[in-house]
Design a protein around this ligand. Structure first.
Ligand code: BTN
Length: 349
């Protein structure tokens, strides 16, 4: 594992779209949660739920057990019926849509209990013409992808795994600035939920706490030479992980580990999408946004200036960071002069 690649483990397996059977389970779980939420104050019989999902009571029991495994607090058993004990912290469209009204993300939310990769699904859907503002959210990814050829640890219901489809009327050269804006949006969302958390941005797309990675962003696009067709911004945030696999220890951190308390993924996802909506609209509508994003990114990153780094690119080179250029690329002063970093990774020397 590369030293500067927290949260990335080995080569990812390819992100397959969810098989039809898994998707069908997803839909059934969603329907049960919705039904229980609609009848939050009463016990709902297994028979009623079975009828609702066109199944039988033993299948309902199996699905209820699965929901419990996902952290949904359901009381009861087949003989008594079922009742939700608290609103689940699941990233369900029914819960999120009302919190996202007025943003470009309030119309097409797709939730998966399990998926290969939300980015892979979003890229495929974008290629097939899905609307701008479509959001793909998963409780768990089995083939979460990071930058380069890395994977993304995506434990069930512990993090936020979110990909959004954008269709900006911009040249491809502007997508780096959009990616930097996504980092600013994550930072603002975390600060909005808990202003005491100190985050640091690492070029191009990491959000760090205490030098460890709390969020990674994978921005992918399809474009013509001068015009973007679509962009998928995939955001992974470590929220409630109590620990990480051994190889990520010392490199990764969750908001829970940083603050000592559980976070609401629903609240943070809503804050994130609202903040991303603001940054995106600003970039499209405000002629000063490009410069403002570069300035704010540099103000909020302790490593874009004056840091001795090694860049794993073009055979590798070393130097001292010297801020971002006008297009958003990191500049590094080397013995041969200033070099522009195209993608990195960049790690402290
Ligand atoms: C990185 O730092 O290497 C980027 C990690 C991006 C992870 C997110 S999780 C949601 C989306 N789906 C993926 O497969 N990857 C991104």
């Amino acid at each position: 594992m590369k030293k500067n690649a927290p949260i990335r483990r080995g080569k990812p397996s390819r992100g397959h779209p969810p098989v039809a059977q898994e998707r069908a389970v997803d839909v059934r779980l969603g329907r049960i949660v919705r039904l229980l939420m609609e009848h939050a104050t009463v016990v709902v019989s297994g028979t009623k739920i079975a009828r609702e999902i066109s199944s039988n009571r033993s299948e309902v029991w199996r699905l209820i057990q699965q929901l419990r495994g996902l952290g949904v607090d359901v009381a009861g058993h087949p003989a008594t019926g079922y009742q939700l004990k608290s609103v689940p912290d699941l990233l369900l469209p029914d819960i999120l849509v009302p919190l996202l009204r007025g943003t470009i993300f309030d119309a097409h939310l797709h939730h998966f209990y399990k998926i290969g990769s939300t980015n892979t699904a979003a890229m495929a859907a974008a290629a097939a013409g899905i609307a701008e503002g479509s959001v793909f959210l998963a409780e768990e990814q089995t083939a979460g992808r990071g930058r380069g050829s890395n994977s993304w640890e995506s434990a069930r219901s512990a993090g936020i795994y979110c990909s959004v489809v954008l269709r900006p009327p911009l040249p491809p050269s502007e997508v780096l600035v959009l990616a930097l804006a996504a980092g600013l949006a994550v930072r603002a969302a975390i600060a909005q939920v808990d202003s005491r958390v100190n985050t640091d941005l690492k070029w191009p797309n990491d959000v760090l706490i205490e030098g460890k990675k709390v969020c990674g962003i994978l921005t992918e696009m399809n474009s013509e030479a001068t015009q973007v067709r679509y962009v998928v911004v995939g955001i992974g945030i470590n929220v409630n992980q109590a620990n990480f696999p051994k190889e990520l220890e010392g490199e990764a951190i969750s908001l829970r580990l940083a603050t000592g308390s559980e976070w609401s993924r629903v609240q943070l996802t809503a804050a994130l999408l609202k903040s991303l909506d603001r940054e995106y609209r600003n970039l499209l509508e405000n002629p000063d946004a490009h410069d403002s994003i570069l300035r704010r990114f540099q103000e909020r990153s302790s490593s874009v200036r004056g840091r001795s780094v090694h860049v794993d690119e073009n055979g590798g080179f070393e130097g001292v960071t010297e801020g971002l250029d006008s297009r958003g690329f990191l500049q590094v002063r080397t013995v041969q002069g200033v070099r522009r970093v195209l993608s990195g990774p960049v790690r402290p020397k």
